[in-house]
Design a protein around this ligand. Structure first.
Ligand code: NOJ
Length: 756
């Protein structure tokens, strides 16, 4: 986060600016061990699944199969639903059959209810059931005890679900020491004082106790737990969790879900952005799982599985002749463990195994763990890589086709000071014969960080400035963040407060936290009325001084809350419909992006394509515009990591990706700056950006030789603009990433992957 050096002591600031290498403060962010549900789930060892599929409960609808699963320890029933969707996609959903409170099922990500094929029972045996999933030759084998699903194409096993027995569904329960329980236990005690007969065991206790795993042989009646054994031992933190100075009240207790997937024959897995890591995911044994939790991470490091600003829970697996995707539709905090039976083996070791006629078939294990919600998984069955990205595109939409200007070069910094500065920079590009399409204004342009306004001293005539730029066929982007200054004199704040459109605390007050403007409130973008209101703010008469040439940058939309746990919103904050923030955290940023893009479409009467850059994202964000890799650093490692990061974004549908050219923190040397331009020219979103405290770095401040190299890189970008535009068109139509190796298939040659 940019948060900036402004919040740092001067000595530390200077030390950074003078080139000491930057490091994230890991202590600000949870490890799996510090995240209660991740710790609980990771402690569960493979091979002991308590779940049984009640095959006799199967109900076959025209296109869905439903049956019950039961946890044989707690006896809590779950509902399993299976669909064979058209175009080689299988969906499986697991939820509580009788939940105490409904669980959040992520809305607004799928384009609609995907069409399903007819399911048929094709085999039944002692303890197994076979279903065929439509015309693709895919079959599902359901094993009763322990519950397991095997997905086959003809005779080939593609994927097994719960083969390691790591299905977890923390059913909702009442808190044992809740007030109601305390009252009832006091009442029981009073009653017992007047009772003559010895108290009896509560009904059902004995039977249930016999089935519990803790009920070892030889236990006596007096050793039996006094609580009904249907409720597992609650570990500390299950109903309240503290991290640093923040306590999460967790009023609904533990609600996490998890499931494992075995992928036989696969050694290469990708996806689940955003992480500053290699393209190919690594085995996580012995370290933390990859974390998906949208966070504003100050000075992030490279080559770690730590969470960053955005999350797409889509993993891709590839082997010769087969690619698969696993799309885990859950917007809560999620961790993903990757295991591999070939991890650590050298090529030579594998060869030796092979020559000795042995060696296991390579296999990758993927385990998803989410803090709440339901298990809703789409298995994208390819078979080719382009089929998988097209299948994902059919489910969640493809990259919005960007306006052509936005594929050109963007010049940004925090901040261009005033109208004169803007004009001088624009002239600089003209004079040095450097192509440029867009100039950017960061948070200092607004009046006291009140978004949708202009600082009256620095930007007294924004319309005139925009018209001058437009006359030269240039555009501008201004930043509009989703934290709103708490200030009764600020129209945006007073209207949102009056309409009750802010996120609430657990006690029902407007949620407030600290961000750039100081005390800030957070619009509840999950509420359609809020999005409607926000979209209307982009009308030319609402956003005063704006014109057709002004576009938008949504930053800090994880959401970033400087005073919150892990620099984000408290998980027990409340949203529209009574949902807790924990249930939907990762989709908040998508809603900000969506409302802004809709506002831009609306302001032109549906005539012009929008351009909106967002820092946070989720599955489906590709429908609303561009994303970037946040606050990187001006060093070679960050330049290097920008390539796998954008490749990984692209695999997960977010094709319009870029990294701050030159690096956000610190000052790049001339060689690094030139190399970054050369690399950035070949990345989909091409913008130079820099921190407030860095030295100015417009290209003409370089030596003439270096300037010439930057000019050549910029011109190469513009020479290839038609290629970029065509690549975006194919991406928009078919979901095929823009940044990739190798040529795309002729789009007409495979009509099945044609999207619209
Ligand atoms: C954080 C963003 O990541 C950065 O690009 C921006 O300059 C600062 N916020 C200030 O708005």
């Amino acid at each position: 986060m940019a948060a900036a050096l402004g919040r740092w002591p001067l000595g530390l600031t200077l030390c950074c600016l003078l080139g000491a290498s930057l490091a994230v403060d890991r202590g600000n962010f949870k490890t799996c061990e510090q995240s209660g549900f991740c710790r609980r789930q990771r402690r569960i060892q493979p091979g002991n699944s308590p779940y049984r599929a009640l095959l006799e409960s199967l109900e076959l609808g025209p296109d869905v199969a439903r049956m019950r699963l039961v946890n044989e320890v707690t006896q809590v029933p779950l509902l399993l639903e299976l669909w064979g969707l058209s175009g080689n996609v299988t969906r499986l959903r697991i939820q509580e059959l009788n939940p105490l409170r409904p669980r959040y099922q992520v809305p607004d990500v799928l384009l609609g209810e995907p069409p399903a094929e007819r399911l048929e029972v094709t085999g039944r045996d002692e303890g197994t059931l076979e279903l065929s999933l439509g015309p693709g030759g895919h079959r599902l084998l359901v094993t009763e005890r322990p519950f397991r699903l095997d997905l086959l194409r003809h005779r080939e096993l593609l994927c097994s679900v719960n083969a390691r027995g790591l299905l977890v569904f923390e059913h909702q329960r009442r808190r044992r020491d809740s007030l109601a329980d305390k009252v009832s236990s006091v009442w029981d005690k009073i009653k017992s004082l007047f009772r003559r007969d010895p108290p009896k065991d509560p009904p059902g206790e004995e039977g249930a106790a016999q089935e519990g795993p803790e009920d070892g042989a030889g236990s006596t009646q007096s050793e039996k737990p006094t609580e009904p054994p249907a409720e597992p031992e609650e570990e500390p933190g299950a109903w309240e969790e503290t991290f640093k100075t923040h306590t999460d009240s967790k009023p609904y207790g533990p609600t996490s879900v998890g499931l494992d997937f075995s992928l036989p024959g696969f050694e290469h897995v990708y996806g689940i952005p955003e992480h500053a890591d290699n393209l190919r995911l690594r085995p996580t044994e012995g370290g933390d799982p990859y974390r998906l939790y949208n966070l504003d991470v100050f000075q992030y490091e490279v080559f770690t599985p730590m969470a960053l600003y955005g999350s797409v829970p889509l993993l891709l697996a590839h082997r010769p002749r087969l690619s698969l995707g696993l799309f885990w539709l859950n917007a809560a905090e999620t961790w993903v463990d990757i295991g591999s039976n070939t991890a650590g083996k050298t090529l030579f070791g594998k060869l030796l195994d092979y020559m000795q006629g042995g060696g296991e078939t390579p296999q990758t294990e993927v385990r998803w763990m989410s803090e709440s919600g339901v298990i809703d998984v789409f298995l994208l069955l390819g078979p080719g890589p382009a089929d998988v990205t097209a299948q994902y595109g059919r489910l969640t939409g493809t990259q919005a086709l960007p306006p052509l200007f936005s594929l050109g070069y963007h010049q940004s910094r925090w901040n261009y000071q005033d109208e004169a500065d803007v004009e001088a920079v624009e002239r600089g590009f003209e004079e040095h014969e450097l192509p440029l399409d867009v100039l950017w204004l960061d948070i200092e342009h607004a009046d006291g960080k009140r978004y949708f306004t202009w600082d009256p001293a620095k930007f007294p005539n924004p319309r005139g400035m925009l018209e001058r730029l437009a006359a030269r066929k240039r555009r501008m982007v201004s930043i509009v963040d989703p934290h709103i200054k708490v200030d009764g004199g600020y129209r945006v704040h007073s209207e949102l407060r009056a309409r009750g459109l802010y996120v609430k605390t657990k006690d029902g007050n407007d949620y407030e936290g600290w961000c750039w403007p100081g005390s800030s409130a957070y619009p509840d973008f999950t509420n359609p009325e809020m999005r409607e209101w926000w979209a209307n703010m982009f009308a030319y008469d609402q956003y005063e001084g704006s014109t057709e040439a002004l576009f938008t940058w949504n930053d800090m939309n994880e959401p970033s809350v400087f005073s919150g746990p892990e620099v984000t919103m408290h998980k027990d904050a409340r949203h529209f419909g009574g949902w807790e923030h924990r249930e939907l955290h990762n989709i908040y940023g998508l809603y900000v992006h969506k409302a802004t893009a809709e506002g831009q479409i609306r302001r032109s009467g549906g005539r012009l394509r929008p351009f909106v850059l967002s820092r946070a994202f989720f599955a489906g964000s590709q429908r609303y515009g561009a994303v970037w890799t946040g606050d990187n650093t001006a060093d070679w490692e960050h330049l290097r990591i920008s390539i796998p990061m954008c490749l990984s974004f692209g695999l997960a549908g977010l094709a319009f990706c870029g990294a701050d050219v030159g690096g956000f923190f610190q000052n790049p040397g001339p060689e690094l700056q030139v190399r970054w331009y050369q690399a950035g020219a070949f990345q989909p979103f091409f913008r130079a950006h820099a921190h407030l405290d860095t030295a100015r770095r417009e290209p003409w401040l370089l030596s003439p030789e270096h300037l010439a190299m930057v000019r050549a890189a910029l011109r190469r970008r513009y020479a290839l603009l038609p290629t970029w535009y065509t690549a975006f068109y194919h991406c928009h139509r078919q979901g095929i990433p823009v940044m990739r190796c190798g040529a795309p298939k002729n789009p007409k040659s495979n009509p099945k992957t044609h999207l619209r």
